[in-house]
Structure formats: C-alpha cells, structure tokens
Design a protein around this ligand. Structure first.
Ligand code: PLP
Length: 231
C-alpha cells in the first residue's frame, strides 16, 4: 500500500469513528477526496484504493485531470470552487456535482448547458456562513431564497447547502456555524424543497462537522499531503 492509500484508509476510519460517536451510520457521511494542486497520478492511486468521489477547485486544472483520467469511467467529480461564467460549459458537460452555487445566473447557465442525455447536475448552494469578505457564497439569510429558485431549474437537482468554515475558528464557533447550516437546511425543507445534503467539514474540522450533521466531508491534505501553491 502506498502512503496516499494509507492516508486514505486512515481518513475513512476517522470518518467512521466520527459518525459512530455521533450515533450515525458511517454510510451517512460521504467522503469527497479533494485533489487540487495534486497530479492526476495521485488521484489514480486513491481511486485504486476504492475512492470514487473526487473534488476539485480550479476548473482548468480539473479539466486536464478529466482528460488524464478518462479511463476511470465511474469517477464522480465534485466541483467545490467558484465557477466563473466562462467556465460553466466544461462543468455542465463533465461534472456530477457543483457544491458552490452562489448566483442564480451561474445556475441558469449550468442548467441550459447540461447535455440533455446526462442526468441532472447535482448542486448545492454555497453559504458564506461567517460573513467573511474574502469568501464566496451567499449570505445565510439569502440562501433559502436562492435555493428555492435554483430548485426550479430543469437540468439541475437541488441537493442542499455547502460551507467552508472560518480557518481559525475554535470548536464552539464551528459548532455554531455548522448548526446554523443545519437549521438553514431545515428551513429549505420547510419551504418545500426536498434537499438532504450538508457539505461541510475539511481535514481540520471534519469530526465537528460530522457531529453537526455533515453528509459530505471534503478532505484534501489529510489524504494527499500539504499543498504547494507555488507550482
Ligand atoms: C481545499 C478545499 C478543501 C479541502 O481542504 P483540506 O483542509 O485540505 O482538507 C475542502 N473544501 C474546499 C472548498 C476546499 O477549497
């Protein structure tokens, strides 16, 4: 087994433990392995260990990986970075999920550009849960309204909400933020939209996110190692 495969195993067992401690079945938490900045070969290694759901932030980098990994036909691609208007076509044609819908305009373009032979693109609304200026996503009090509009688009399937917690938040602050996400999902359901996904939790805050109801955790460095953005 390679180092990455060992890391992957460890992350899977940490997720299972966090789920068990929260009294949840381990299948209720899905791992999205985040490969940004890492080469396609690393993804291939983790795929060989059994992982199928992979997340990417940068559309150009991801596009190149989809070419390199085209033989892995059952890989499930999750876009977890900002999708600019000029990049929606690739995403509509090759992604399975977009976790980071922050504007109705982007959602409309994705719906229009989704090839009719493909199943609907699964989407989440990104919520800027701590109101940070540098973060993408909608304000918490706008999330339900946007989700209701996105849910009407024919070629998208509204799945739920996503957030990136504050990097330096302590446990209490994380619980507060993740708890608000859960409450927003309940509000969305009460507004008549069937959605069940809470995409929250990363390498540093995964356990707390699972305790707070995360259904999708997005884990990068704990599997692939430290990222080097200078390359
Ligand atoms: C990079 C990234 C992750 C993974 O972060 P790690 O801390 O490396 O686990 C998860 N979600 C988003 C949106 C990211 O950009």
């Amino acid at each position: 087994m390679t180092t990455l495969q060992q890391n992957y195993r460890n992350v899977c067992s940490n997720i299972a433990r966090a789920a068990a401690e929260a009294g949840r079945p381990s299948e209720s938490v899905r791992l999205v392995a985040v490969g940004k900045t890492f080469p396609a070969g690393d993804i291939r290694e983790v795929y060989a260990a059994g992982q199928r759901d992979f997340g990417e932030n940068y559309i150009q980098e991801w596009y190149e990986k989809t070419e390199d990994l085209a033989d892995l036909s059952d890989i499930v691609w999750h876009i977890i970075g900002d999708v600019q208007s000029n990049k929606t076509k690739f995403v509509a044609e090759r992604a399975h999920w977009v976790h980071t819908i922050g504007r109705l305009k982007t959602a409309r373009r994705l719906s229009v550009q989704r090839p009719y032979k493909m199943p609907p693109l699964q989407v989440c609304i990104e919520v800027n849960i701590a109101g940070e200026a540098a973060k993408h996503g909608v304000a918490p009090d706008e999330a339900v309204a946007l989700a209701c509009e996105v849910a009407k688009l024919p070629n998208l399937k509204m799945r739920g909400l996503m957030c990136v917690a504050k990097a330096d938040a302590g446990e209490a602050e994380l619980r507060e933020a993740f708890g608000r996400m859960r409450a927003l999902l309940a509000e969305l359901n009460a507004a008549g939209v069937v959605a069940d996904v809470l995409s929250m939790g990363m390498s540093g805050d995964m356990e707390i996110a699972v305790a707070c109801g995360a259904t999708h955790v997005r884990i990068g460095s704990a599997i692939f190692g430290r990222r080097d953005y200078s390359k």
